[in-house]
Design a protein around this ligand. Structure first.
Ligand code: HSE
Length: 313
């Protein structure tokens, strides 16, 4: 991409954070829907958010209050770029979905600026700027959506200060069924209900599961991955925000799921299986179950998406 381009459009994918036992430290990129961000050079020095589509999401258009706008401004300021830009954001990911919507817009924005101004920055350089944007939405620093969205694949954040990530291998036949019920959960709210301290026994349990999950990815072993997806940090507190959570979880296991948990802070939940047919069946049966309770939902099937954001225009 030449620095002479006047505009660029980037798409950045959905992601699932936590993965049950990796609260705030593990996330994967999934191939279901992507947010798109268009950044255009202006003739003045202003940074303007021109459009957010669809408009009924009520996302702030003030740059400093918008995840994408803040991330982009912070990147431009850091490199002393005073050329103005116009930003347009096409939200294909629902807000408060548990699918990394705010992270995807922030990541797409910083990737677009990197390309448009030919900054030549690597993903690890862009990470902190996208994170600053994400923080606007969740009121906390957690990189488990931003990092997998930016790098693709399965990402472990093994340190926060300074931030460091490790990209993990993964089995090719690892299938996720994602069920997104028609409700919104704000990450800030879902974080506020978590306890400030946990019991020592739970810490030991959780450490074992997290270590097992990482071992499972390195071994590319779905059995180890599945038995390691158990969470004592957030699930029991957050499940009350998701209608019929326990029932849905039982339905998933009865229909072949090998693991089940909340995607990020919900309401999207995910089930693990090792083949497409089972993944599809789980999705259909859970959607039927929710429909019977008058709750609409979307269902998606994805393997791990290995791809980082890409220019589409
Ligand atoms: N790890 C974060 C949380 C992700 O669970 O609060 C939010 O999407």
């Amino acid at each position: 991409m030449s620095g002479k381009s006047e505009s660029i459009k980037i798409e950045a994918s959905a992601s699932m954070s936590n993965l049950g036992s990796g609260f705030d430290i593990l996330g994967i990129s999934v191939n279901i829907v992507s947010d798109e961000v268009i950044v255009e050079k202006r003739d003045d020095k202003k940074i303007i958010i021109q459009d957010i589509i669809p408009s009924d999401f009520n996302i702030p258009t003030v740059v400093e209050k918008n995840t994408c706008g803040f991330a982009v401004k912070s990147l431009l300021d850091n490199y002393d770029i005073d050329q103005g830009i116009t930003i347009s954001i096409i939200k294909k990911l629902g807000i408060g979905s548990g699918l990394g919507s705010s992270a995807a817009s922030a990541v797409a924005g910083v990737c677009a600026v990197n390309e448009l101004f030919s900054l030549g920055l690597e993903n690890k350089d862009l990470l902190n700027f996208a994170l600053e944007g994400e923080q606007i939405a969740s009121k906390a620093i957690h990189a488990d959506n931003v990092a997998p969205c930016l790098f693709g694949g399965v990402v472990l954040i093994n340190n926060y200060e300074p931030i460091n990530i490790i990209e993990l291998p993964f089995p090719d036949n690892l299938y996720f069924t994602l069920i997104y019920p028609d409700i919104e959960i704000k990450t800030s709210q879902a974080r506020s209900i978590l306890p400030k301290e946990i019991r020592f026994g739970d810490a030991v349990f959780q450490t074992g599961k997290t270590a097992g999950l990482i071992a499972g990815f390195y071994e590319k072993n779905i059995e180890i991955i599945s038995e390691s997806i158990e969470d004592r940090l957030a699930e029991s507190y957050r499940k009350h925000l998701i209608p019929y959570y326990d029932e849905i979880k039982n339905v998933a296991f009865e229909n072949g799921a090998t693991a089940f948990n909340i995607s990020g802070s919900g309401p999207t939940v995910f089930a693990v299986s090792d083949n497409y047919a089972t993944a599809e069946k789980i999705g259909q049966i859970i959607q039927e179950f929710l429909y019977g309770k008058s709750i609409g939902s979307n269902s998606y099937i994805s393997k791990v998406n290995p791809n980082p954001p890409r220019a589409i225009g």
